[in-house]
Design a protein around this ligand. Structure first.
Ligand SMILES: [Zn+2]
Length: 408
């Protein structure tokens, strides 16, 4: 298994497909003006949405729908993605697909096999200008596919994606991607069919197809990172909503007078259970309990969310209380999602899931206390299985060919 860590600014030769130089030569990056992006300003968003028509939600071609009955549960538990694959016509043969997960800090690309295995990886820092960002995506794809036969590419991007235009209207953590017609810019450089997707939808789909949600038909995915992202698969289909903005699970209010969220509201789930929220709460607790390991660390430097996880694993009671509290808030959010979606499985992933059962244990208790029967009795709350690869694998699984067929 290959792993490439390449400095984004380091000159890399990709021959005539060197995207940086060609993009600069053209110097006419088609970045839509603010008023046409449909998302950078509330009024513009409203105008764009008035004319927006979402694409049809993808349905996994390998999975016929099955009705969920409690008596079927044991049978379903023994089904695997392999058995699904054998029973269905494979749209893409045995060829591989490139999945790209564009994050606020890094671009992670992978060549993904039809079985959902990562055959090759490339990683670049995320640039902050549109031209360099596109260059980085193209270079990551060029690097990762070297030596592999691939049938297509899917790039998963953060923010509100206007799928019909292949354009991100609003991305609070990556403004450089806003207003760029991604497919028009990237597809000619790649020479492969290109699909654009939302990053959390891709992660949800990756876990559904190849990860902790294999065998499920209804899934809720919650990604705990700097913020909280989400995605839902309902009856084997990605839930998109009227404007493609469904699944913003991190911005469900769980406490109206709670801390301010990055979105501007107060008391969103993200403000209580994300990595940044855990860090903020850890600093508060450190100030209250200066004798604890957390408190002693805070006297030396700023405490971060991952510090709370590490110290909790070492047995520090103050750090443990921070993670238990965050886990309970997470569970309050999940209980609502369980009531709304009645999923087979809730998958929790993202960088903050380094806390694992320290958060998931309390979260499960809240789900049991607050969800309604029968959902609460049957739902399983699991840790994501694909780790940091879920976005790239899920993106690859959402890649489409020229006729709109799924490639994996
Ligand atoms: Zn929010």
């Amino acid at each position: 298994m290959l792993f490439h860590q390449t400095d984004f600014h380091e000159k890399a030769t990709i021959g005539k497909s060197d995207f940086t130089s060609s993009a600069c030569r053209r110097s006419k990056l088609r970045r839509c003006p603010v008023e046409d992006r449909g998302g950078l300003r509330p009024t513009a968003l409203k105008m764009a949405m008035a004319t927006y028509r979402p694409r049809t939600s993808p349905r996994c071609p390998h999975r016929p729908p099955i009705r969920i009955r409690e008596e079927d549960r044991c049978v379903r538990a023994h089904r695997s993605s392999e058995s699904w694959g054998r029973s269905q016509t494979h749209a893409g043969g045995d060829m591989n697909v490139v999945g790209v997960d564009v994050g606020a800090t890094k671009i992670a690309a992978g060549v993904i096999s039809p079985e959902g295995k990562v055959l090759s990886r490339a990683r670049y820092p995320t640039a902050r200008t549109p031209e360099k960002l596109l260059s980085g995506i193209a270079r990551a794809v060029s690097e990762v596919r070297d030596g592999f036969e691939v049938r297509g590419v899917c790039v998963a991007v953060p923010g509100l994606l206007l799928a019909q235009e292949d354009m991100v209207a609003y991305s609070p953590n990556l403004h450089a991607i806003e207003g760029v017609r991604l497919r028009d810019e990237l597809e000619p450089e790649m020479g492969l069919p290109l699909t654009i997707e939302n990053d959390n939808n891709a992660a949800a789909w990756g876990e559904f197809r190849f990860g902790a949600g294999r065998g499920a038909e209804h899934l809720v995915f919650v990604g705990l990172g700097t913020g909280i992202g989400g995605g839902a698969v309902v009856d084997g289909q990605l839930l998109r909503g009227a404007q493609g903005a469904a699944g913003e699970l991190g911005h469900v209010t769980v406490q109206p007078t709670g801390p301010r969220c990055a979105c501007g509201n107060r008391g969103c789930l993200e403000a209580f259970a994300s990595g940044s929220a855990i860090g903020r709460r850890a600093r508060e607790v450190a100030a209250e309990k200066s004798w604890s390991s957390l408190g002693r660390l805070a006297a030396e430097r700023e405490v971060l969310g991952e510090d709370a996880t590490r110290l909790a694993r070492e047995g520090d009671a103050a750090a443990l209380s921070v993670l238990e509290e965050a886990g309970r808030w997470l569970g309050i959010g999940l209980a609502g999602f369980v009531n709304v979606f009645n999923p087979d499985v809730v998958v929790v992933g993202g960088g903050a899931m380094g806390a694992g059962e320290l958060m998931l244990g309390p979260a499960r208790e809240e789900v049991r206390l607050r969800s309604r029967s029968p959902s609460r009795d049957l739902v399983e709350v699991r840790e994501a299985a694909l780790g940091p690869d879920s976005g790239a694998i899920g993106a690859a699984a959402l890649a489409k060919g020229t006729s709109g067929e799924f490639l994996l």
